[in-house]
Design a protein around this ligand. Structure first.
Ligand code: SF4
Length: 466
């Protein structure tokens, strides 16, 4: 549904419309949506503003996974609403998950808003702004079939790009708002994904991360059965279908779900040379009863078997994960099992969070919520462990030569380049700068180089060009 109400029209301008500013909260899916929306705005004639408080159009692409991100949006909006009262031509947009969740009630809370749009509407930004231009205050939060619109994304990196392959999520994890805000799964066709990757390769991109909230569900909403009786479209088939795109050197994918992560997929990753040995597979808890309460659909043992299989085929693979502590009712013993699993698996990186109740999710209403003090204590101890384990994992790189894809100059030290290993470790190294060195041009973003690793830290490495 797209609801509209009359309001004073902001001046969207003509060709050479004003400037825009986008602030993005949350996950990679939001970042990818923001890049597409920036591309649409530039296609409409907007240019990027130098500062948020100077922009003629301000867009907040919001996240509701954590309470603090949501609160931040409201405080940013307060500041912009004040600006708008002094300058009615300012256009204010809230996109993303808070927009989807709050819908029209956002307009009641912040009447200065021009457009409230859920994530499924990101590709329609130009149409919705057209309605705003005609003097409407627009709310677009209804279920919407996501249209192919991939040509206009304005990528933040020159080298690495995200490509959405599936939108939405059909799971019902009891803590998660994603299914209610991003809707049912919608997979893109492999041909469209390949076409987008070819376009990106032609523009100089070298690394692609295929994205989905639950990427292992890719293709289950697409028709087709193979002669062997299995689904025609799976993530494994997709990787095989896009692997030979010329110019793309590395392929990653996220986020994986242990319930659907197959041996066939692991074997394909081992056999396809461009697929990097880095797997982001959230485990969420090291305790089976907590996993059941979360409705995750797997056991800790199943998770262990996946990691064993990955390591038997790709011994150097990096494993990262997401984990939630202090889920309602989590006992001390259950929490300790999470710590034990972090130690046992030896993760390269773990995104950690203390449980925070999200509106319209089952776990938010459960009576056995844990106190803030317990949350803070459990999270701090977990973070310390994650860092120690990551540091141990980093040690394996010391003295090795690693292939690094150059992404650019280190913003904190312009004498250094930075890039990533195949296993996704951020790596800094000294090398000729663009105006010097070989052929008078030194290195360039997108080059693949070998770096001798000399210094290791928990989450990054340093070395010199080998
Ligand atoms: S798999 Fe679970 S946690 Fe992930 S997006 Fe879907 S519902 Fe949320």
């Amino acid at each position: 549904m797209t609801a509209t109400q009359p309001s004073a029209p902001p001046a969207l301008g003509g060709p050479g419309r004003g400037s825009y500013w986008i602030t993005t909260f949350g996950c990679q899916m939001n970042k990818a949506d923001s890049e597409r929306m920036a591309g649409i705005l530039e296609g409409m004639g907007y240019r990027e503003a130098n500062a948020e408080l100077e922009a003629d159009l301000v867009l907040y692409n919001t996240c509701t996974i954590r309470d603090n991100a949501e609160q931040k949006v409201y405080s940013y909006l307060g500041r912009q609403a004040q600006r708008k009262r002094a300058n009615p031509h300012l256009t204010l947009v809230v996109a993303g998950c808070v927009a989807q969740q709050e819908g029209e009630s956002l307009l009641r809370r912040v009447p200065e808003l021009d457009l409230v749009m859920g994530p499924q509407h990101a590709n329609r930004l130009d149409t919705l702004l057209g309605q705003v231009e005609q003097g409407q205050q627009v709310v677009a939060t209804g279920e919407h079939h996501i249209l192919e619109d991939i040509t206009t994304a304005r990528r933040d990196s020159q080298v690495c790009a995200w490509v959405n392959v599936i939108y939405g999520c059909n799971e019902r994890c009891t803590y998660c708002v994603v299914p209610s805000v991003r809707g049912r799964e919608q997979s893109r066709l492999p041909e469209a994904i390949r076409l987008e990757m070819e376009g990106l390769a032609a523009r100089g991109f070298r690394e692609i991360t295929l994205l989905g909230q639950n990427i292992d569900a890719y293709g289950r909403d697409l028709p087709g059965i193979t002669p062997e009786g299995r689904r025609q479209h799976t993530l494994t088939d997709l990787l095989q279908a896009v692997h030979d795109v010329e110019g793309i050197e590395r392929i990653r994918f996220a986020t994986s779900h242990p319930r659907y992560f197959t041996e066939r997929l692991i074997d394909a990753c081992a056999d396809l040379p461009k697929v990097c040995e880095h797997f982001h597979i959230p485990f969420q808890s090291g305790d089976d009863a907590v996993l059941r309460a979360m409705a995750r659909g797997y056991t800790v043992d199943r998770y262990r078997r996946i990691i064993e299989r990955i390591r038997s085929r790709m011994p150097d693979a990096a494993i990262s994960a997401d984990v939630i502590v202090a889920f309602p009712g989590e006992t001390d013993a259950q929490y300790r099992r999470t710590l034990e699993l972090v130690e046992e698996i030896g993760f390269d990186q773990v995104n950690t969070a203390a449980y925070s109740p999200r509106p319209n999710t089952p776990a938010a209403d459960w009576p056995d919520q844990l106190s803030e003090a317990v949350k803070v204590e459990r999270l701090q101890a977990l973070n310390a462990l994650v860092e120690r384990v990551a540091r141990q994992r980093s040690e394996r790189y010391r003295g090795r030569v690693e292939q690094v894809l150059v992404e650019g100059i280190n913003p904190r030290d312009p004498a250094q380049w930075m890039g990533r290993t195949r296993t996704n470790r951020l790596t800094f190294f000294g090398a000729p700068l663009p105006e010097s060195g070989r052929d008078g041009r030194g290195l360039e973003p997108g080059d693949l180089v070998n770096v001798s690793i000399e210094e290791v830290r928990a989450f990054s490495l340093s070395g010199t060009l080998a």
